[in-house]
Ligand binder design. Structure first.
Ligand code: SF4
Length: 81
């Protein structure tokens, strides 16, 4: 999935502070996760972020949470080369 394959214009995080999604503060992480909880493109966001191994919070999950749930997609690909 490529970035332009996702309709980001529908995202709940549009216009919200980006730093919430890269914060170490629990209060800001909670705000970001709240936006993601009912985001209409959450599944696309999750797929994109897992495939691209993005940093920060995407689809309500931190990078560590995504890696724990879905593994290191890119690492798995490079091991198959
Ligand atoms: S799921 Fe969260 S990070 Fe992804 S587009 Fe929606 S609000 Fe933004």
């Amino acid at each position: 999935m490529e970035y332009l394959d996702v309709n980001w214009t529908l995202a709940n995080c549009t216009g919200k502070p980006l730093n919430w999604f890269f914060s170490l503060k629990q209060s800001e992480i909670k705000l970001a996760k709240g936006l993601c909880a009912d985001c209409p493109i959450k599944q696309d966001c999750l797929q994109y972020s897992v495939e691209k191994d993005e940093f920060g919070l995407w689809a309500g999950l931190t990078r560590k949470e995504r890696l724990d749930l879905y593994g290191g997609h890119q690492e798995q690909e490079s091991q198959m080369d």
